[in-house]
Design a protein around this ligand. Structure first.
Ligand SMILES: NC(=O)c1ccc[n+]([C@@H]2O[C@H](COP(=O)([O-])OP(=O)(O)OC[C@H]3O[C@@H](n4cnc5c(N)ncnc54)[C@H](O)[C@@H]3O)[C@@H](O)[C@H]2O)c1
Length: 248
């Protein structure tokens, strides 16, 4: 049945995985709300989408602020009539050894990755329940399994898995699904900021011997956002080239 004319909001979608995901949803006929915290990037992304013939609006909001999130969901509904697909993608990481991390590192990482997703789910809740339709896709990370130097990030992404499962249980009878994608190493500009030695080490641990790309994630979101995916809920889908098969 697809997603034609469904309304999709992708947080943090002026860059990377979120942008490609929003594009894939738009290419399949969804009306798109581009969100990010950086106004110029939102403006530019919306202009690109419109130029390509897609229906899109932009909404600058910090997803860690409840009032901003509520305003964003309302703006989506005011513009397009509903909110059908919510992709909680915005994220960031403060990494470091446990003993060196600061309280501020912990707070910002938990706030953006976890609290932001919670606030968005909460704000979309009534609209989805009223319409008896919703598809929530949370972008966690394979690192939710644990990662040395990743205490705040891994904890936040673990929390997203718990949030995903809980929302699935609470809203299952309202035809609102809630699933999680756990990407592994994805080729983004951030990857090339790592020293070559680190990149080679990480690549050597990939069972498939390669990085993922933004399309690998966008395609999976499309699959879970589809009207036909209504019997899939509460799941974690790893897109990590097999890296979740072993620890260390
Ligand atoms: N790139 C990877 O290898 C990888 C691997 C696993 C998981 N992920 C997850 O995928 C998601 C996207 O990652 P990416 O690599 O595309 O990152 P990215 O930095 O390219 O994009 C993230 C976007 O989120 C926005 N953002 C940050 N804080 C925000 C806030 N408070 N409110 C609104 N927007 C905010 C940023 O401005 C940015 O545009 C993240 O949740 C990340 O944790 C990425």
């Amino acid at each position: 049945m697809g997603i034609k004319n469904r309304v999709a909001l992708v947080t943090g979608s002026a860059s990377g995985i979120g942008k490609q995901t929003a594009l894939r949803l738009a290419e399949n006929g969804a009306k798109i709300v581009i969100n990010d915290i950086v106004p110029e990037k939102v403006e530019q992304t919306v202009a690109e989408f419109k130029k390509a013939g897609h229906e899109a609006i932009g909404h600058v909001a910090d997803i860690t602020k409840k009032a901003s999130v509520e305003g964003m969901i309302k703006a989506a509904v005011d513009a397009f009539g509903s909110i059908d697909i919510l992709v909680n993608n915005a994220g960031m990481e403060k990494a470091g050894a446990l003993r060196k991390l600061t309280e501020a590192d912990w707070d910002i990482t938990l706030n953006v990755n976890l609290k932001g997703a919670f606030l968005c789910c909460q704000a979309a809740h009534n609209y989805m329940v009223e319409k008896n339709h919703g598809r929530i896709v949370n972008i966690a990370s394979r690192a939710w399994l644990g990662g040395a130097g990743q205490a705040p990030y891994s904890s936040a992404k673990s929390g997203m898995v718990g949030l995903t499962r809980t929302v699935a249980l609470e809203l299952g009878r309202k035809n609102v699904t809630s699933n999680c994608i756990a990407p592994g190493l994805i080729e983004t500009p951030l990857w090339y900021e790592l020293p070559e030695k680190n990149r080679n080490f990480l690549l050597s641990k990939q069972p498939t011997g390669r990085l993922g790309n933004v399309d690998d994630i966008a395609n999976a979101v499309m699959f879970l956002a589809d009207d036909d995916a209504g019997f899939i809920t509460g799941q974690v889908l790893y897109i990590c080239g097999g890296r979740s098969l072993f620890s260390g």
